[in-house]
Design a protein around this ligand. Structure first.
Ligand code: NAP
Length: 516
């Protein structure tokens, strides 16, 4: 069986214990083992800080952008092999595997494109300068310089490629060495990507480390110049937030956690509208793509009471048409859940929701003799006020229809009961309804997506995270923010206010002429 190793301290490290077994979730076959017991994590961080950091910062933004482009091309060049690993160890259909891997290469390429324009200076100017004294002689600027520590990226199991690629793109371009901690159940893909990256020598030594297996005492060795970008469940996010590194040493932390995302069907939309079709299509995609294991997938579907029966009938029919099974068979459009733990957790979650909801299709039982398959499960809430519906993330092919009056105010109140979401979508051609709902839910959302006949057929679905829009959400969703074009670099840099004479501060550190 393959043994996965970590790349730290300039070499590959094999854990001293048995560790965890990685499986093919379609068949239950054991594929690999990974472990990190015995690793000197303090030394691994010091190596990244002292060898990787200076080497990376000696490169200009333009040079770092060129490395990102090379990394994107490297992964693209091995696309077929990576897709194969994502299918076997992640339980992804070919389409789902491409979604993850192309998301990684695309985001790396997008940041390479952005970085190319940032020039040769070692810092970035933040906005316009400002006169601070009685005359323009006393002047202020703000600059961003790279933080001098390590960017530790703790990734969830569901997007091993994209999760690593999007975080790495921002950190490396900003000038911070990265340590990527892969989610264990699907670590085979991240491991191979790490292996390719190390072999390629695209990055200077120490700029990239890979940790497979447990985080162990790593967080105890983090300091004020380090930062941690965590993606995973709200429960793990809470544990991490309570660590000394963040409470006492002010290590910077970004948390991307789970979210009970909504889709809101406007009262003006019916089956004559293109928006109706888009609404149904996007929900089926969210429930079946990656078997619903997407942090951005819709969990709560708000439907005006008069349309509930029609929406239910359409969704049940469309979900029944999705062929599910071993992803090695190309005719299957939906695979299994990624691990046995996920499978049991989703079963328990459906049972809990079903105590107060009617099961329109699917259910908690396995639909296959082998592997960890759950059918797409649509529930109908008897009462949209039931707290569990707004609190429980069932991380699988599961969503619930919640009937509402069709009034904007009610949609807003119910959607905001999620306590903070990554993304919610509104489907309407009524601009007044749309504006009221956008304004009402925006404070509780990192992203709001509006579907209408005007953008139908052109829009990326709400489940897709795009490099030039921010990703993250307030409250329960973790309170973090990633990506968003240049905004994504800020987490990895220190913003400093500069004050002094304009001839020095303005000329040396202001926006270079011609770039305003
Ligand atoms: P998880 O169990 O919270 O694990 C996430 C990561 O944290 C894994 O790498 C895990 O390592 C690590 N970890 C576990 N315990 C830790 C601890 N005490 N200290 C430090 N790290 C620790 O989540 P998951 O099951 O992998 O992912 C599913 C969840 O992630 C869902 O709730 C989903 O909504 C959320 N998610 C959010 C986003 C977003 O962008 N907001 C994106 C994807 C997924 P091991 O795997 O080795 O345990």
């Amino acid at each position: 069986m393959q043994i996965l190793k970590s790349y730290v301290n300039g070499s590959w490290y094999e854990g001293q214990a048995e560790g965890n077994t990685l499986f093919n979730p379609s068949t239950g076959e054991a594929l690999a083992r990974c472990d990190s017991t015995g690793m000197d994590r303090a030394a691994a961080l010091t190596h990244a800080r002292e060898i990787g950091g200076p080497a990376l910062r000696s490169l200009s933004f333009t040079e770092r952008a060129a490395r990102l482009k090379a990394i994107s091309e490297l992964f693209y060049g091995h696309r077929e092999e990576l897709i194969g690993l994502s299918m076997s160890n992640g339980g992804n259909t070919r389409g789902d595997a491409k979604f993850d891997i192309d998301g990684a290469t695309g985001t790396l390429a997008a940041y390479a494109w952005l970085g190319k324009k940032l020039g040769e200076r070692g810092f970035l100017t933040d906005g316009e300068g400002v006169q601070l004294g009685r005359t323009p002689r006393f002047w202020g600027e703000h600059v961003f310089t790279p933080r001098l520590g390590v960017a530790l990226h703790i990734n969830a199991f569901n997007f091993p490629a994209w999760g690593m690629g999007e975080k790495m793109a921002c950190a490396l371009l900003a000038g911070m060495p990265v340590m990527e901690k892969a989610g264990t159940p699907s670590a085979l893909l991240a491991y191979r990507m790490g292996e390719l990256l190390v072999e390629s020598q695209i990055l200077p030594e120490g700029a990239f480390s890979l940790l497979v297996g447990s985080v162990g005492d790593l967080l105890d060795h983090l300091g004020p110049q380090d930062c941690v970008a965590f993606t995973g469940s709200a429960a793990t996010g809470r544990k991490i937030k309570a660590q000394d590194a963040f409470v006492h040493r002010n290590t910077r932390l970004n948390v991307e956690a789970d979210s009970i995302n909504s889709a809101i069907l406007g009262p003006d939309v019916d089956d004559e509208d293109e928006t109706w079709n888009e609404f149904l299509g996007n929900i089926v995609t969210d429930m079946t793509q990656k078997s619903g294991q997407k942090c951005t997938a819709v969990r709560r579907i708000f439907v005006p009471i008069s349309q509930v029966d029609a929406v239910r009938a359409e969704l049940v029919e469309r979900l029944a048409a999705v062929k599910q099974g071993d992803v090695a068979d190309a005719s299957h459009r939906m695979g299994p859940l990624a691990s046995e733990w996920q499978f049991q957790d989703v079963q328990a979650g459906i049972r809990e929701l079903a105590e107060t909801c009617e099961v329109a299709c699917g259910g908690p039982d396995s639909v296959s003799e082998q592997g960890w398959f759950i059918a797409p499960t649509l529930l109908i809430a008897s009462d949209p006020e039931i707290p569990l519906l707004h609190e429980k993330e069932v991380f699988g092919p599961v969503a619930t229809i919640l009937p509402y009056s069709g009034e904007a105010k009610e949609a807003i109140r119910l959607a905001n009961k999620g306590g903070g979401c990554l993304v919610s979508s509104i489907y309407t051609n009524d601009r007044d309804f749309g504006r009221e709902v956008v304004e009402g839910i925006a404070p509780w959302h990192g992203r709001v997506w509006v579907g209408s006949d005007k953008s139908s057929g052109q829009a990326m679905p709400p489940g897709a995270v795009l490099p030039f829009s921010v990703h993250g959400g307030p409250g329960r969703a973790g309170g973090g923010e990633e990506l968003g074009g240049m905004r994504g670099l800020e987490f990895y840099m220190q913003r400093t206010a500069l004050q002094g004479d304009r001839g020095f501060v303005g000329r040396q550190f202001g926006v270079p002429s011609g770039k305003e």
